[in-house]
Ligand binder design. Structure first.
Ligand code: SF4
Length: 379
């Protein structure tokens, strides 16, 4: 049976953050029609149901946007229908939800736990009040710590996101933030470099010359300091932006980075399913939540052939500690991984940028800061 994950996109946030280029729009929490959105997701699930036969449900992830603005009962209804739509499910089905510190309380956490969500990932971003203000977040340090403490107590598994490379952020302050989160009992942490994306408020300020990114040295210093600290606390750096204690890795994300199939549901959700070796499709749903709820079909669709499936596997898998499985990639893509890139593989292996060991290709850890150029050379 084909292991398949499901991603459900919740398209709204209480306020749009100025750096964010995710497919979300601002909506007052009181204006969310919880059941109507769940109904729309269930209608899409019904339409895609025929593609699910012979598949086993591996993991479910409610992302966004701010899923912590969605009523647990509505999320539970969606989860129940997803589980019923598959012929089988993994015995350790992982169900996760993203959450915003400003919108989680005990009721929401207890509610989603009752509905079968075991893991929550909280967008803390920083514990510095000045940095949180710069990022336009709705929470401050106090609220973030309270939210994480609550989640760590109530949920079987909890994680938090941090952002580094922020103005006036020292490496020491970043490590203090990480330590404070671990002290609350977190066994998983994600850490991303702040990037200025076109089409965002930060992108516009940058275009006008009113906002500059921090120098590269600052990003590198933060990245290395955080990695050293988390390793000293027993965490493995299992993907470029993710750290976990043994066994606490996000199984949903690992499945995705392994280049496996995932169904996307909800406005702006992306899905990628391969029906047989070398043949698959990738789609992106209508971006506008109103249009999606009115029944609009995917905004983008593309066939995935062997070449695209190999590229996807390299792009995602090389970012992980375990690297890319050659045999798994070839059986999904229906073609040799090395096809068309024999010379590039040889050259990069010789220079030490990649390791080829048995069935695995990986990027040695000391080259992870060069990841984009290494992966680009193998395309
Ligand atoms: S809360 Fe998260 S998803 Fe929503 S706008 Fe901010 S960064 Fe983007």
């Amino acid at each position: 049976m084909l292991e398949t994950s499901v991603y459900i996109h919740f398209p709204w946030c209480a306020r749009k953050c100025p750096y964010c280029d995710f497919a979300t729009t601002a909506k007052a929490p009181a204006e969310v029609d919880h059941e109507a959105y769940a109904d729309a997701v269930l209608r899409e699930l019904e339409r895609r149901r025929e593609h699910l036969s012979g598949r086993r449900l591996y993991s479910v992830f409610f992302g966004g946007g701010t899923p912590s603005m969605w009523a647990p009962k509505s999320m539970g209804r969606v989860l129940e229908a997803i589980r019923a739509a598959f012929d089988a499910e993994h015995p350790e089905l992982e169900v996760s939800a993203e959450a915003n510190p400003a919108s989680i309380d005990d009721d929401w956490l207890l509610g989603i736990r009752d509905q079968g969500v075991q893991r929550v990932s909280i967008g803390v971003q920083s514990l510095g009040d000045a940095q949180l203000k710069h990022l336009g977040r709705l929470h401050d340090r106090k609220l973030a710590l309270a939210a994480v403490g609550r989640a760590a107590n109530i949920m079987p598994r909890a994680s938090a996101d941090l952002i580094f490379g922020l103005p006036h952020q020292s490496a020491e302050a970043l490590l203090r933030d990480a330590a404070a989160l671990l002290d609350l009992g977190l066994r998983h942490l994600s850490a991303y470099a702040l990037t200025i994306e076109p089409g965002t408020q930060f992108g516009e300020l940058h275009r006008l010359g009113r906002l500059q990114p921090e120098p590269d040295e600052s990003y590198i210093e933060h990245y290395q300091a955080l990695e050293g600290f988390l390793r000293s606390r027993g965490f493995s750096h299992y993907e470029v932006s993710n750290y976990a204690l043994p066994g606490e890795e996000s199984r949903h994300n690992l499945h995705y980075w392994r280049g496996q199939d995932y169904l996307g549901l909800g406005a702006a959700a992306v899905g990628a399913l391969a029906s047989q070796p070398g043949q698959g499709e990738r789609y992106k749903n209508a971006l506008d939540a109103g249009q999606y709820m009115a029944g609009a079909g995917p905004a983008e669709w593309e066939p995935l052939g062997g070449t695209e499936l190999v590229q996807e596997a390299l792009m995602l898998g090389l970012r992980t500690q375990e690297g890319v499985s050659i045999s798994r990639t070839e059986s999904r893509a229906g073609q040799a991984l090395s096809r068309g890139r024999e010379a590039a593989l040889e050259e990069r292996a010789k220079s030490g940028d990649i390791l080829i060991e048995g069935d695995r290709i990986s990027v040695p850890h000391d080259r992870w800061l060069l990841m984009d150029s290494i992966v680009g050379a193998l395309f």
